[in-house]
Design a protein around this ligand. Structure first.
Ligand code: NAP
Length: 324
């Protein structure tokens, strides 16, 4: 399959990337050796767009990538993020898009990643106390200094995106986007398209639930157990929507995960999903979604699902910093 170009940049990537977050945190225990094998397999198979953030495992995720990709990091399009501030022991203390923090965070990421340039550097969440123009101005200076190649934003409104783009071209917006979650379509997708900004679809598998392989999670270390959408009664209701995907997958002889990713790929050439996995077997399964074609009637069936989904995708407090 033809590669997808990220925004108006010279970054051309395999249409499905790899999210590394779960290799460090949020989805229960992880095993570095297993994650490293998965990262090596990604390179071997031509998956060349890898997503991390400074806050994933409070630095652990970037260090893990450096370890796994030693000497090869420049073979991939490396994306990382800053802006969610944590103490060294992991406590989240707030958001910062202040210019001096932008510079400090970038230096720290470069050091952990053991590289001299980040291909795509995103603001993870908008800092309500710092004008977006100031944050993006500082990110633009990083581009001038050669430390960053392109700039992205995550969880932004269309208005914020416009203001940011007026200061420095924005290449990608990272939004939660899946069969279950389509808030970005109203919030920023039209503006992304008007400005030629790609959408990098995060949590494209509904944090794993759209694959039909997850039931109720009780592990306290697993963040999904505390999210309204994936806990309690909401989960019971939401899992019913997954049955539609499973039936379609069975009828087509493919996996539910592949239906979920194929649906995203069908939304436009400007959409690049970054499914997360710690396992080689899932990585292999996920990239094969590029070969799954969905008919108009299948797409129409899948399009009905989002309206049936109950519960917010983050806690009430965390929802406040989304699409801002
Ligand atoms: N910008 C943001 O605010 C933001 C927020 C969240 C995530 N992200 C990024 O987006 C990436 C992806 O999102 P995500 O990890 O939250 O959610 P996701 O990709 O929707 O789902 C990940 C979950 O699905 C499981 N999985 C993956 N492939 C599977 C398959 N073929 N069959 C069955 N299960 C499968 C994974 O299991 P295993 O891990 O056990 O293999 C993991 O539990 C992250 O890694 C991160 O880089 C960004």
């Amino acid at each position: 399959m033809i590669k997808r170009r990220i925004g108006n940049s010279d970054l051309n990537v395999f249409p499905i990337g790899l999210g590394a977050m779960g290799m460090s945190e949020f989805y229960g225990e992880s095993d570095d050796e297993q994650s490293i094998r998965t990262l090596h397999k990604a390179l071997e198979l031509g998956v060349d767009f890898i997503d991390t953030a400074d806050m994933y495992g409070t630095g652990h995720n970037e260090q893990l990538l450096a370890r796994a990709l030693k000497g090869r990091i420049k073979e991939i399009t490396l994306a990382t993020k800053f802006g969610i501030v944590r103490e060294p022991e992991g406590k989240t203390v707030g958001l910062s898009g202040k210019p001096d923090y932008v510079k400090k965070a970038c230096e720290a990421s470069l050091k952990r990643l053991e590289t001299d340039v980040i291909d795509l550097y995103y603001l993870h969440r908008v800092d309500p106390e710092t004008p977006i123009e100031d944050t993006v101005g500082a990110m633009g200076e990083l581009v001038k200094e050669g430390k960053v190649r392109y700039i992205g934003l995550s969880e932004v409104s269309g208005d914020t995106l416009k203001r940011a783009h007026a200061v420095h071209p924005i290449t990608a917006v990272q939004s939660e986007y899946s069969i279950w979650t389509r808030d970005n379509e109203d919030a920023n997708l039209a503006v992304c398209r008007e400005l030629g900004v790609s959408t990098v679809a995060y949590s494209p598998l509904g944090r794993g639930y759209l694959t039909g392989t997850l039931a109720t999670i009780t592990d306290e270390k697993d963040y999904r157990a505390s999210v309204p959408r994936t806990s309690g009664e909401n989960l019971e209701i939401n899992l019913k929507t997954v049955r539609t995907i499973e039936q379609m997958a069975a009828a087509k002889g493919v996996k539910s995960s592949q239906i979920a990713l194929a649906w995203l790929l069908a939304q436009g050439e400007d959409i690049i999903p970054i499914p997360g996995t710690r396992r080689e077997v899932y990585l292999i399964e996920n990239i094969k979604a590029v070969d799954v074609a969905l008919s108009k009637s299948e797409l129409a069936e899948l399009n009905k699902i989002a309206a049936l989904v109950q519960g917010t995708r983050y806690s009430a407090a965390a929802m406040q910093s989304t699409l801002r």
